[in-house]
Design a protein around this ligand. Structure first.
Ligand SMILES: NC(=O)c1ccc[n+]([C@@H]2O[C@H](COP(=O)([O-])OP(=O)(O)OC[C@H]3O[C@@H](n4cnc5c(N)ncnc54)[C@H](OP(=O)(O)O)[C@@H]3O)[C@@H](O)[C@H]2O)c1
Length: 282
């Protein structure tokens, strides 16, 4: 049987952590693309305890720094002939306005641009798989907003800025599907639900965060429950191909989430912003 490799971002906490724990027996090797190598090494140990045959590799990748993303992706390319599945799971919610190392608004820069560049660089080794797959973790927060101009560096309230980044990854999923479906790439975006994780929590707002999550706990899913949509997508790539999905059911996107022109404009602007030549050239 062919050796199967998964690469995932954001596995050091919450939904990503539960995802790799659930998928530990589905793959021969897991690449943890993580900004915090210490947390990733602890997770690596736990995964190895769950499945002794599993190979786990930690590669430093800070999605809020394009140089870090490039280094991580090139390192992956050098060390792996192919990967079979890429899960773009990492995400950030920032209550105050912050920027990435490259001057992009933090949520758009991390959740969308960092993942776009990572996918761009990993595409050649994904295409070496007999059944390549990309799963993108989005959010129904996409519905809060449309993509207004200056979306990479602009201002706004937290829900609008987070929503923009999650709308952008939904357009990204649709573009990948349109351009790579006939080359065998299967791509799905998922909404995990409202899940009790570290999302939006910082040292500064820890008390407040605990209070809010504590009060809302009965209404929130556990990380393992939140990982279910991603796991379903990974295990049923044909069934959910090209879909935005939650808990096994397709979510019909609102009209702005399906806008062809907004998507094409975003992709054109992204190529320009990242100094690339064309969409996912390889
Ligand atoms: N929780 C929800 O209710 C909910 C709802 C809808 C969608 N989502 C989406 O689900 C995904 C997972 O979020 P979660 O709820 O599990 O949150 P979480 O517990 O905060 O986990 C987020 C993960 O992303 C990583 N990350 C954040 N910034 C990064 C960066 N600059 N570079 C690399 N990795 C970075 C974190 O790394 P560290 O461990 O180093 O912090 C962590 O592993 C996100 O895409 C989020 O938008 C969550």
């Amino acid at each position: 049987m062919a050796h199967k490799t998964l690469a995932i971002t954001g596995a050091t906490s919450g939904i990503g952590r539960a995802t790799v724990q659930e998928l530990a027996d589905d793959f021969d090797e897991i690449i943890l693309l993580a900004r915090n190598e210490v947390k990733a090494e602890i997770l690596k140990k736990e995964l190895k305890e769950m499945n002794r045959a599993l190979k786990v590799k930690v590669i430093e990748c800070n999605l809020a720094s394009l140089i870090s993303v490039e280094k991580a992706a090139l390192h992956t390319q050098e060390n792996y002939e192919k990967i079979d599945c890429l899960i773009n799971n990492a995400g950030v919610v920032s209550l105050s306005r912050q920027e990435t190392a490259d001057g992009h608004e933090l949520m758009m820069g991390t959740n969308y641009l960092g993942h776009y560049l990572l996918t761009h660089y990993l595409m050649p080794i994904l295409m070496k798989s007999e059944a390549p797959q990309i799963v993108i973790v989005s959010s129904n927060a996409y519905g809060f907003t449309t993509l207004k101009s200056d979306y990479f560096k602009g201002k706004g309230n937290v829900m609008n800025l987070y929503g923009r980044s999650k709308l952008a990854v939904l357009y990204f999923m649709q573009e990948l599907h349109e351009q790579f479906s006939d080359q065998g790439v299967r791509v799905t975006a998922v909404h995990p639900g409202a899940v009790s994780t570290n999302l939006g929590r910082t040292k500064q707002n820890e008390k407040f965060g605990n209070l809010v999550y504590g009060a809302l706990r009965p209404f929130f899913l556990s990380p393992a429950e939140g990982a279910e949509s991603t796991v379903l997508a990974v295990r049923n790539k044909e069934r959910y191909d090209g879909m935005y999905m939650h808990a096994g059911k397709e979510i019909r996107l609102k009209p702005h989430g399906r806008s062809y022109y907004a998507r094409k404009r975003l992709i054109k602007d992204t190529i320009h912003e990242l100094y690339l030549d064309e969409f996912m050239e390889h």
